[in-house]
Design a protein around this ligand. Structure first.
Ligand code: CS2
Ligand code: MG
Length: 408
């Protein structure tokens, strides 16, 4: 123990944009210990910053940082207008920052406080992306050479100029575009359904039977289209097919499940255990995709995993570029200590992001490990972050070929 930590003396919100926007919470105790949390919500960053700064930070001052669960309950149950991405991202940052402090107080990496390691390292997947099939196959080779044993495969679609998850010219994929308004993309689900099965079959043929292949349909199909796509992909032996339909309508999953055995992964836009309840207890999905930051922190994500466990459903947290290295770090502590953890999404970060958020977690040979620094093991270099102030940036929006809005 490093002393009698018993009070939070400050809670500051730092918004920075080293390549993309991140919202970071810094909680300081009267002993001078600092805990870091990630409150980034892609395209709505300032709303979480305000929620924390204006409504949460004043409530934290004077509280005992050791009372992580009580603080979580206070911020969740103590608010009449609860749930939703803004609230839960804010609460999530507080929860992670308090776990970070508890680790530093006890001198232990957080995974030790969660029960210790149940595995040696965490399987991770990254994105392979190509505008057409040959480019996708090159990208798969390139990512395999980095050691990945699980890869998400996305391709362009003939006739469309922009497609979710895909870049032209081999650049890393980053959906948020800088500027005062979102980019408008044109989307055609029929064209996608004609091409995606061919691209995924070519990918399987190319990589052989062992590599785990994943694919993200990004909420764009009707229930029947999803069922048909799942069926047509069974021979490809996907590790999962993600977000087949818009997440709000959960009943449709019963129809999809009745027609295909393709493993389904859902939940990156969910914020609480309640959105997973039916999907888990009716066994309508195979993987829970919640992110540690957007689902309210380490404490509730562990509860979601515990609910999923008896149904043999596994945790596979969201880890795109809009999850900061702090939340990614927190996720690796959960991954190392949670029995029904399957895989962590890991897009990797540009060098500048890694410099702004120095971290103990590391990637090697297709796997992540949180490292053994006390706490979460990730910090924000405030002086460097200050050089990159917030810049408005939005995720794209999508219209069908007839001009009507659809789900991006
Ligand atoms: C995604 C993300 O990683 C994924 O599976 O679906 O790329 C998602 O589009 C972004 O996080 C949106 O902010
Ligand atoms: Mg996704």
């Amino acid at each position: 123990m490093t002393g009698n930590v018993d009070k939070i003396v400050s809670a500051q919100v730092i918004v920075c944009s080293p390549g993309r926007n991140f919202v970071t919470l810094k909680i300081t105790t009267d002993d001078g210990l600092v805990g870091w949390g990630d409150a980034t919500l892609n395209g709505r960053e300032l709303s979480v910053a305000s929620y924390l700064r204006d409504h949460v930070a004043p409530l934290l001052i004077g509280r005992d940082p050791a009372r992580i669960e009580d603080t979580w309950q206070y911020l969740y149950r103590g608010v009449y207008w609860r749930r939703g991405p803004v609230t839960m991202a804010a609460i999530g940052a507080v929860d992670v920052a308090l776990w970070d402090i508890k680790g530093k107080v006890t001198g232990q990496p957080v995974y030790q406080l969660l029960g210790g390691a149940v595995r040696d390292r965490i399987l991770s997947y990254t994105h392979a992306t190509g505008w057409d099939i040959p480019a996708l196959l090159d990208s798969l080779d390139e990512k395999k050479a980095l050691g990945f044993q699980a890869l998400r495969a996305q391709t362009g679609v003939p006739g469309l100029d922009t497609v979710y998850g895909v870049t032209k010219g081999g650049k890393p994929y980053e959906p948020a575009g800088r500027g005062a308004a979102p980019i408008e993309e044109v989307w055609d689900t029929d064209a996608y359904l004609r091409y995606a099965p061919k691209a995924l079959a070519a990918a399987r043929e190319h990589v052989g039977p062992e590599l785990k292949l994943l694919h993200d349909a990004h909420h764009r199909l009707t229930p029947n289209q999803a069922a048909r796509l799942g069926k047509s992909l069974e021979a490809v032996d996907l590790f999962w097919l993600e977000d087949v339909t818009p997440a709000e309508n959960q009943e449709v999953l019963r129809h999809i499940r009745a027609h295909t055995t393709v493993p389904l992964a859902i939940g990156e836009v969910f914020n609480t255990v309640w959105e997973f309840q039916t999907l888990i207890t009716e066994q309508l999905i195979d993987f829970v995709r919640a992110a540690v930051s957007h689902a309210g922190g380490i404490s509730p994500l562990r509860r979601i995993a515990a609910l999923a466990d008896p149904w043999q459903i596994k945790l596979a947290p969201h880890g795109p570029s809009d999850i900061s290295p702090i939340a990614l770090g927190a996720s690796t502590h959960i991954g190392l200590s949670t029995p029904n953890f399957a895989i962590q999404e890991y897009m990797g970060y540009p060098d500048l992001t890694n410099e702004v958020f120095p971290h103990s977690w590391s990637y090697a040979d297709g796997h992540l490990h949180p490292g053994d620094q006390p706490g979460i093991g990730v910090e924000l270099d405030e002086a460097l972050a200050a050089k990159f102030p917030y810049e408005p940036a939005y995720l794209p929006v999508a219209r069908r070929v007839d001009g009507s809005m659809t789900d991006w």
